[in-house]
Design a protein around this ligand. Structure first.
Ligand code: NAI
Length: 329
């Protein structure tokens, strides 16, 4: 049988952690024959560590065959020791009356410390997925702090947005979600993100040809996907957790299980200048996982509406980068 891999999860006692850990431990992320060691990081507060103990007790009680062992810690250097994957979920939620820029400044330093610890203690093949918001900019901060880790090991998550767009398109077209493929989100994981109805396919055809209601594609489809997080908070009183955990399971699963030529997933990765997105930003692109890593799929066409929206979301990423400039070393 395979040797276990080490997977760090930060904010492991939080909502997403609770939904995520059983799915990793049951093999849904790395495959049904891959044992895992879970290295779980929480804040050094009695309440947080006690909650983490409780989560670990429940994982024990599931007796998952693939769960080799667990490490519970509030020390970043312990959490990232020899890890192959670092899943950065934990961060402070936005408080009442807090502006997005305040949140960015508040959470940024966490990702400097974690990036350094990943650099110093991670395995030689360490890869990183950031979920904690603002995830693109937090991933950029961690990437800069991890000087010796190649930039392309850093990703942030728009897979939940991709899955939301898939569900909306399937419902509108009246087809099963399996008929929707190549679902594509561009830009920032924020309310400016761009769900692409031109390159996303329904039954193999452009979604924009199958769904002829332009007003819906450029209106309600956009706002529903962009505002879904807020709608979940309004309905549930808590932010998305099961679907966010599901997005992360899919994100990592599809990065470690290569796609066929011509296929892609939405993944936030460091730009190489593709599609006019300046290098030095972490933005959502069509990404195809390969045996060696991944590539940004080239040659897709955008209509004028999508192009303008892409420029706007990239502008937001640039402004976020300016806000954290002092954290980029
Ligand atoms: P939560 O508040 O339930 O859990 C976060 C946990 O992280 C808490 O247990 C907290 O103690 C811990 N934490 C905070 N700072 C930490 C640090 N420096 N080190 C270790 N642990 C730390 O939040 P939830 O619902 O689990 O969400 C986590 C994050 O994921 C939030 O930032 C949220 O905005 C983001 N998110 C991102 C999505 C995406 O699509 N990219 C979707 C949904 C949520």
């Amino acid at each position: 049988s395979k040797a276990p891999i080490r997977v760090a999860v930060t904010g492991a006692a939080g909502q997403i952690g609770y939904a995520l850990l059983p799915r990793i431990a049951s093999g849904q992320m790395f495959g049904p024959d891959q044992p895992v060691i879970l290295q779980l990081l929480e804040l050094p507060m009695e309440k947080a560590m006690a909650a983490l103990e409780g989560v670990a007790m429940e994982l024990d009680d599931c007796a998952f065959p693939l769960l080799h062992s667990m490490v519970l810690t509030s020390d970043v250097n312990v959490a990232f020791k020899d890890v192959n994957w670092a899943l950065l979920v934990g961060s402070k939620p936005r408080g009442p009356g807090m502006e997005r820029n305040d949140l960015i400044k508040e959470n940024g330093p966490i990702f400097v410390g974690q990036g350094k610890a990943i650099n110093d203690h991670g395995a030689a093949d360490v890869r990183v997925a950031v979920v904690g918001n603002p995830c693109n900019t937090n991933a950029l901060i961690a990437m800069h702090a991890a000087k010796d880790v190649p930039d392309e090991r850093f990703t942030a998550m728009t897979r939940l947005d991709q899955n939301r767009a898939t569900a909306q398109l399937a419902a509108k077209a009246g087809v099963a979600s399996t008929e929707v493929s190549h679902t594509l989100i561009w830009g920032n994981h924020s309310a400016t993100q761009v769900p692409d109805y031109v390159n996303t396919r329904i039954g193999g055809k452009s979604a924009g040809e199958v769904i002829t209601d332009r007003e819906w594609l450029q209106g309600e489809f956009f706002t529903t996907v962009q505002q879904r997080g807020a709608a979940i908070i309004k309905a549930r009183g808590l932010s998305s957790a099961a679907s966010a955990a599901g997005g992360l399971v899919d994100h990592v699963h599809d990065l470690v299980h290569p796609q066929a030529e011509g296929d892609w997933r939405s993944v936030c990765v460091p730009s190489d200048g593709s599609y006019g997105v300046p290098a030095g930003l972490i933005s959502s692109f069509p990404v195809r996982a390969t045996a060696k890593g991944y590539e940004i799929v080239q040659g897709l066409e955008l209509d004028d509406f999508l192009r303008a929206r892409l420029d706007a979301t990239v502008g937001e990423l640039q402004r976020e980068k300016e806000v954290v400039a002092d954290l980029l070393g």
